[in-house]
Design a protein around this ligand. Structure first.
Ligand code: ADP
Ligand code: GN1
Ligand code: MG
Length: 366
């Protein structure tokens, strides 16, 4: 997107001051994100401008209805508890017409949020303490939304964490093999098919009522939380596109998948990839604290399985996208989704070995 167009789009929102810069920003896999800088009378004002991914979110109006509802709720609770709602949740900036998002003539949808200043986002755990802080933040996020009217939330991506459905989609992609890539990846295919039964572990327990449905974030990777540069505390959970009814195990599991890995999600040297039990324990401790006693015995028991299933599911999704020609996740190199799938499967295999130890750790935290 060229600068002129970015300026034109951003100019339709109620920004303060004169726009002086628009640059691509962040490492998200889904939306097109830009940082906008404006010069004001007394300094600078920055914003995040995002083009919502229409391929992923087919009903952006519903997406924004969810996000406005959830952030309004959070703003109220944060303020009541003496927090700073301008930094501790997302704040949407309206268009000049007072709308929370912009629909362009070409059918694209855009939104603007206040840039959270003096805060950072991490793609890898640099300090153990950060991972612990992110756990407290995601646990607290869930607690703040515990009494949110879940029936008002739209399902922004149907079957998002329906792992058996993810497997079915993988099998369909394998069958069609539109890019002729299946022949290159026999080992990865075998890895998935050998573990079919794993996909049911959480959904079966949801269906039989063992696990409670909650309002969850559903995309709890480390770079979806912002840390205050001064206090080091995780202050704001971002990327609210997938806030929907779900399982606490989705949130816990996805955080472990991304943050407790000893390597990046797209690391090519698989010998570097493993699940750190130290980070698993740290996250578990923070998450239980953040949830403040809300988790049931059944949820606690299944936390380690949650990590395995979510990692497996994510690997299946990356591999499906690879087979289908990389049209879901943004890629930055040839074979990027395959590399990502391989790290996830390496993690699954490692977690399977470490499962008894992971269970002991959770028991020690209860
Ligand atoms: P995606 O769905 O593509 O992951 P995100 O909403 O997570 O998009 O945004 C991508 C990145 O942009 C984040 O990882 C973060 O680095 C940055 N970002 C998003 N919102 C803000 C914000 N309000 N303030 C500062 N940085 C932000
Ligand atoms: C995507 O949007 P982002 O980059 O935070 C994806 C997650 C995956 C993740 C893998 C809406 O997250 O589900 O787990 O990539 N988000 C969506 O890194 O599909
Ligand atoms: Mg994100």
């Amino acid at each position: 997107m060229d600068q002129q167009n970015l300026y034109r789009v951003a100019g339709q929102f109620s920004l303060e001051g004169e726009m002086i810069e628009a640059v691509p920003y962040g490492n998200g896999h889904i939306n097109d994100t830009y940082r906008i800088t404006c010069r004001t009378k007394d300094g600078m004002r920055r914003y995040i401008l995002q083009k919502m991914n229409r391929n992923v979110f087919v009903r952006p109006e519903e997406l924004m209805e969810n996000e406005c509802g959830v952030t309004e709720w959070l703003r109220k609770k944060i303020t009541e508890q003496g927090g700073d709602a301008l930094r501790e949740t997302l704040n949407y900036v309206p268009t000049h017409d007072g709308a929370p998002y912009l629909k362009e003539a070409d059918g694209e949808y855009w939104r603007v949020v206040l840039f959270i200043e003096n805060a950072s986002c991490y793609d890898l755990v640099e300090k153990d303490e950060d991972f612990y802080q992110s756990a407290v933040a995601f646990g607290r996020f869930q607690r703040l939304l515990a009494d949110y009217p879940a029936d008002t939330l739209h399902e922004t991506i149907p079957d998002f964490h329906n792992t058996p459905d993810r497997l079915a989609k993988f099998e369909a992609a394998l069958q069609s093999d539109v890019c002729g890539r299946a022949k290159e990846i026999p080992e990865e295919i075998r890895f998935v098919l050998e573990r079919r039964s794993l996909t049911h572990v959480l959904t079966d327990r949801l269906q039989d009522g063992t696990l409670p449905l909650r309002v969850t974030h559903n995309d709890t990777k480390l770079n979806n939380v912002m840390f205050d540069n001064e206090s080091g505390k995780a202050i704001c959970v971002i990327d609210l596109d997938t806030v929907m009814p779900g399982l606490s195990l989705y949130d816990f599991g996805d955080s472990i998948r991304f943050g407790a890995s000893t390597a990046a999600e797209d690391e090519r040297d698989l010998s570097k990839v493993s699940c750190s039990l130290r980070l698993f324990e740290l996250y578990g401790k923070g998450y239980l604290e953040g949830c403040a006693g809300a988790l049931t015995d059944a949820e606690l028991e299944l936390l380690p399985m949650g990590a395995i299933v979510m990692t497996f599911e994510c690997g299946i999704r990356f591999l499906t996208d690879y087979l289908e020609g990389d049209h879901y996740f943004k890629i930055h190199r040839e074979g990027h989704n395959l590399d990502r799938a391989r790290t996830q499967f390496r993690l699954v295999a490692d977690m399977e070995k470490k499962l008894p130890r992971m269970k002991e750790i959770v028991d020690s935290l209860r």
